[in-house]
Ligand binder design. Structure first.
Ligand code: SAH
Length: 453
């Protein structure tokens, strides 16, 4: 019997897909955050449930050869990069094993192998979008940083290594402005105070930066002071917004944005295509690895000049536009209307004429298009975490494309859908991971499905 509050020495034998070390006490599974395969650790059991327990590491008795000292000073308290205690090459191997385990256990593909994960050359400062909550600490000081794990306590951080170094200076400029004009941070328990969050987005290839200050109000006093301070940080800050966020919610941004300086959009290029990004646009957060992801997806897709391509869950059309360079025609389907408007505009701005985009759900649009006679040669799907659905997959398979390239941010739902595709005659023939989110347990998977002959 595993007992709460009791101390145990255990060996960690695996890492779970959410990034926790896994060990056993008398055959009973225990999850221990911040440990890794090969560690021998002393733990205290903090929770016992019917099928597993949760432990907290007290001491490392023998460190795993995979272990390294985390670079980030707030690693233990911030909920962000929870694999930082693992050497990067081992993180990639662990993520490959997540994919293989999911495809074997959930997908039922015995002995399934995934190619080596494509890792990031310099796995740091990769995020092009960062959000910093602003609040007050116990002494009444204005602080900014990150929420602690599963809580709304703000952990002060001046420099988060996932984003650009300049972000810290931008947040400081906002705090200086707040001090100078005497405005208070938002207090979520009392629903009072003004400044809630600072949202920073950068176009990695253009260098342009957008700053959005989210406030519990319709405006801010003396906005010229804020603009001046931000522009002193960098002239690359070419777009400054106030975001009206007056509701009691956890939403990062409210619906309304007010441009107070510069341009309404920043620019960036991906795979040689120019994109304009506004505060609410969906845009992949690791631009360096996004190019590698799309390159891999297009390599698997093997599109030739006579091919008609269907890109389902197309967002702002990034994959569609990259595919349009080699394809005869590309049709994109996406549920968010604004994203579809962005996709159309992106096509137009880049002079791309062989694409069309529809705002509709995949489960509604894809069966209709196929029934009306559409016969895509290649289908690319990139669904959200919950994966695709049977109606969409059935319709795709019934059109008998040469290939289906599935891009997934969740190996478990990919494996479930892969099993269904196999029942429809399409089996996974190639698979690899692209590490879009270094130091987190997330992994993007690209796989190719072809018809069983
Ligand atoms: N391929 C794009 C976006 C991938 S994210 C890129 O690489 O940038 C998944 C997209 O699926 C999101 O844009 C989301 O809005 C969209 N989506 C979610 N549910 C959907 C559904 N049922 N039908 C169509 N699109 C959906």
């Amino acid at each position: 019997m595993v007992e709460k509050n009791k101390h145990y020495n255990i060996e960690i034998t695996d890492v779970s897909s959410d990034g926790n070390g896994v060990g056993q006490i008398d055959g009973f599974t225990v999850f221990v955050p911040m440990t890794v395969t090969g560690d021998v650790v002393e733990i205290v059991v903090v929770k016992v449930l019917s099928r597993y327990a949760i432990g907290r590491m007290l001491n490392i008795i023998t460190p795993s050869p995979m272990r390294k000292t985390p670079d980030c000073p707030v690693f233990k308290r911030c909920g962000g990069c929870h694999l930082q205690h693992i050497k990067y090459e081992n993180q990639l191997e662990i993520k490959r094993s997540f994919i293989e385990a999911a495809m074997q256990r959930i997908g039922g593909f015995d002995g399934f192998k995934c190619d080596e994960i494509i890792g990031m050359e310099k796995p740091e400062r990769y995020r092009n979008k960062c959000i910093f909550p602003i609040g007050t600490d116990k002494s009444g000081e204005t602080v900014s940083g990150f929420y602690a794990k599963r809580s709304h306590e703000i952990i002060p951080v001046d420099d988060c290594m996932a984003g650009l170094e300049i972000n810290g200076k931008i947040v400081n400029a906002v705090k200086e402005y707040m001090a100078e004009v005497n405005i208070k941070p938002y207090d979520e328990t009392r629903h009072k105070g003004l400044v809630r969050r600072v949202f920073v987005r950068d176009g990695r290839n253009s260098g342009e930066i957008m700053v959005v200050v989210s406030v519990n109000g319709k405006n801010i006093p003396k906005r010229e002071v804020l603009i001046k301070k931000l522009r002193e940080v960098s002239e690359n800050i070419v777009s400054i917004f106030i975001n009206v966020n007056e509701k009691r919610t956890n939403n990062v941004l409210g619906e309304e944005n007010k441009l107070i300086f510069g341009k309404p959009e920043i620019e960036d290029t991906l795979c040689g295509i120019n994109f304009r990004i506004s505060p609410h646009s969906f845009y992949q957060i690791n631009p360096v690895m996004t190019e590698k992801l799309y390159d891999k997806a297009l390599e698997y897709a093997e599109i030739t000049e006579n091919d008609k391509v269907l890109d389902v869950y197309c967002g702002i059309g990034t994959i569609s536009l990259a595919a349009s360079k080699t394809a005869k025609h590309v049709t994109g389907i996406e549920i968010v209307e604004q994203a579809v408007r962005d996709a159309k505009k992106n096509a137009e701005n880049n002079g791309i004429k062989n694409t069309e985009f529809f705002a509709d759900s995949a489960e509604n649009a894809v069966p209709k298009l196929i029934e009306s006679g559409m016969r895509p040669d290649v289908v690319i799907i990139d669904p959200p975490r919950k994966g695709s659905d049977e109606a969409t997959l059935k319709a795709i398979a019934s059109a008998e494309p040469k290939r289906i390239v599935y891009v997934s941010c969740n190996a478990s739902t990919l494996a479930r859908d892969a099993k269904f595709l196999a029942e429809l005659g399409y089996v996974p023939t190639k698979c690899t991971g692209v590490d879009m989110f270094p130091h987190t347990s997330h992994i993007e998977v690209v796989s190719c499905f072809e018809q069983l002959k």
